[in-house]
Design a protein around this ligand. Sequence first.
Ligand SMILES: Nc1ncnc2c1ncn2[C@@H]1O[C@H](COP(=O)(O)OP(=O)(O)O)[C@@H](O)[C@H]1O
Ligand SMILES: [Mg+2]
Length: 158
Amino acid sequence: MACQTFSLLLGSADETARYAQTLGATLRPADVVLLEGPVGAGKTHFARQLIQSILTDPEDVPSPTFTLVQSYETTRGTLWHADLYRLSSVFEVEELGLSEAFETAICLVEWPDRLGALAPPDALTLSFSPADKEEARHLTATWTAQRWSDPIQSWAAA
Ligand SMILES: Nc1ncnc2c1ncn2[C@@H]1O[C@H](COP(=O)(O)OP(=O)(O)O)[C@@H](O)[C@H]1O
Ligand SMILES: [Mg+2]
């Protein structure tokens, strides 16, 4: 299937949170969402808001900057939140259990460029970038797997 894209302007951190929650409600095991963009673009904010909206029991959602991965029990199934910025080699992807998680859990991955060829081809990629206003961000979703067409359609309708 050809590559699909959908772009939108996130006017505020709260607006980003709403889109994150809308997507969260549609996720299921083996869904992989790759979060791209420079430091401060809003990747962790998006992940945190998504995770908190589906957590089975309320808890803090810290940035996995140092732990690299963090896992949660959610109403949609087990979810892994990864930040691969500090990944030392692509072999660590296996050691961390991420390769297996891609097939069994919901995975949200910051700095997915570190995955190289291990990036799942069916993933949804969300690319965040700065906008003119301090509290706004551009977001572009890209995917090839049919699986993402409905969830992103619900964004378009929001
Ligand atoms: N529209 C927006 N979307 C997401 N974050 C925003 C937005 N506007 C302001 N912010 C702020 O920008 C910061 C983004 O930080 P963070 O999510 O940690 O970035 P990253 O993980 O991409 O490095 C947060 O403090 C967040 O509140
Ligand atoms: Mg981050």
